[in-house]
Ligand binder design. Structure first.
Ligand code: S3P
Length: 454
């Protein structure tokens, strides 16, 4: 995205019905890791189904700056890795745009190298906390140079020899877990991450696939102890297939549930249990979602989702489910706006430090569109209006947040009055084909001309 490009307001109008089959783009978490681990491991990794979103491409550019060679042959990304321990000092600063995952995982990966690297990002990323990754890196001997607190822009430099650590992750975060494990790849001895609450396990699974020596044990309290042997060889994965992103599938999924008469199929969706909390919750709400054609692809379960318009009812979503649906609360709030009764979501503290303060952004968007709700410190209750009568008509501030943008466009597909978002550009970070795919199912969008847009 060009820094001086203009915001692009977009309105979604009530759709008649949605129908058809769609295939959502590759999983964002796995795509980042495919570039990171493929770029690190010795040999050639060929990646199919990679998400070509801005966030992932930024990670690819960072890996190229660190010595990996990345080319595209048809639809396949071909990555020549440098070999574990052999990343090169970057000659340029590493620009991660909007991407927290790319920035934090790469900090872990290169932070422990005995050279300096500089991290920059957009206004959203520059507001997000990096201390959660920098604190364990400091324990490993990394020096951090930041102008304002532990925020981007910042530079880091590793010690001559990094110290392996045992680190208990203080918040439910796959990014922090992953950053420490990736730092451990370049430290002598065993680095252990203790994870009291399980988060998405793509790093563990994929590192094992790339030949890392990693063991996982669960203790009596249910905490996972992930122990990684540092400085071992990593080998390329000749054919790596990225399954469809459940966090992107969430948008057509919820749209089909709330638009009367809708009936769609979403193909090839990742069904890893650390990612399926939204589907579980929607099923409890009475959603008609058939999980068909379950199969294993590249070590992950995938399935096709057959979805029909449904009469939803409010439920209580327990806090312990949050890690398995952390990116899906904005769009769950939209589903809840059409459910009979109240949906209560708890344990949402991490939503405050995403691409935007998602709890506040969702609450303001709901308020602007007549949806009854209560925002708590770490909770949200939404009382629905089945059929969407009286809903919509508002303008939503997206705060450089792709998931806020897509969620409120979904609201507009089923509400009585159109819903306008202030800027659709950030959708390209995770789901560049969102508008064309949704329009292909029957969604109706219109560009707004806005004299005040900047
Ligand atoms: C991600 C972890 C989650 C999630 C993000 C992707 C990952 O972030 O919100 O979109 O790929 O590891 P946190 O680790 O901050 O919870």
């Amino acid at each position: 995205m060009q820094a001086n490009a203009k915001a692009r307001p977009l309105a979604a109008h009530r759709a008649d019905a949605l129908s058809g089959r769609v295939r959502v783009p590759g999983d964002k978490s796995i795509s980042h890791r495919a570039f990171l681990f493929g770029g690190l491991a010795a040999g050639t990794t060929r990646i199919s189904g990679l998400l070509e979103g801005e966030d992932v491409l930024a990670t690819g550019r960072a890996m190229a700056a660190l010595g990996a060679r990345i080319a595209k042959e048809g639809d396949v990304y071909v990555v020549e890795g440098v070999g574990n321990g052999c990343l090169l000092e970057p000659e340029t600063q590493l620009d991660f745009g909007n991407a927290g995952t790319g920035a934090r995982l790469t900090m872990g990966l290169v932070g422990v190298y005995d050279f300096q690297s500089t991290f920059v990002g957009d206004a959203s990323l520059s507001r997000r906390p990096m201390g959660r990754v920098l604190d364990p890196l400091r324990q490993m001997g990394v020096e951090v140079m930041a102008r304002s607190g532990d925020r981007l822009p910042l530079s880091i430099r590793g010690p001559r020899v990094a110290a392996p650590i045992t680190y208990r992750v203080p918040m439910a975060s796959a990014q922090v877990k992953s950053a420490v494990l990736l730092a451990g790849l370049n430290a002598p001895g065993v680095t252990t991450v203790i994870e009291p609450v399980m988060t998405r396990d793509h790093t563990e699974k994929m590192l094992t696939g790339f030949g890392a020596s990693l063991s996982i044990e669960t203790d009596a309290d249910g905490a996972r102890h992930i122990a990684l042997e540092g400085q071992g060889a990593l080998k390329a994965v000749p054919d790596l297939t990225v399954p469809g992103d459940p966090s992107s599938a969430a948008f057509p999924l919820v749209a089909a549930l709330i638009v009367p008469g809708a009936q769609i199929v979403i193909e090839n969706v990742l069904m890893n249990p650390t990612r399926t909390g939204l589907i579980e919750t929607l099923l409890e709400m009475g959603a008609s979602i058939e999980i068909a054609n379950r199969r294993n692809e590249g070590g992950e379960d995938v399935a096709d989702l057959h979805v029909r318009h449904s009469d939803l009812k409010g439920v209580i979503v327990p806090p312990e489910r949050a890690p398995s649906m952390i990116d899906e609360y904005p769009v769950l709030a939209i589903a809840a706006a059409f459910a009979e009764g109240t949906t209560v979501m708890e344990g949402l503290e991490e939503l405050r430090v995403k691409e935007s303060d998602r709890l506040a952004a969702v609450a303001r968007g709901l308020a602007a569109n007549g949806v009854e709700h209560v925002e708590g410190e770490a909770s949200l209750s939404v009382t629905g209006m089945p059929g969407g009568k009286g809903l919509g008509g508002g303008r939503v501030a997206t705060h450089l947040d792709h998931r806020i943008a897509m969620s409120f466009l979904v609201l507009g597909m089923a509400s009585e009055k159109p819903v306008t978002i202030d800027d659709a550009r950030m959708i390209a970070t995770s789901f560049p084909a969102f508008e064309t795919m949704m329009a292909g199912l029957g969604a109706r969008f219109s560009e707004e001309t806005d004299a005040l847009a900047s």
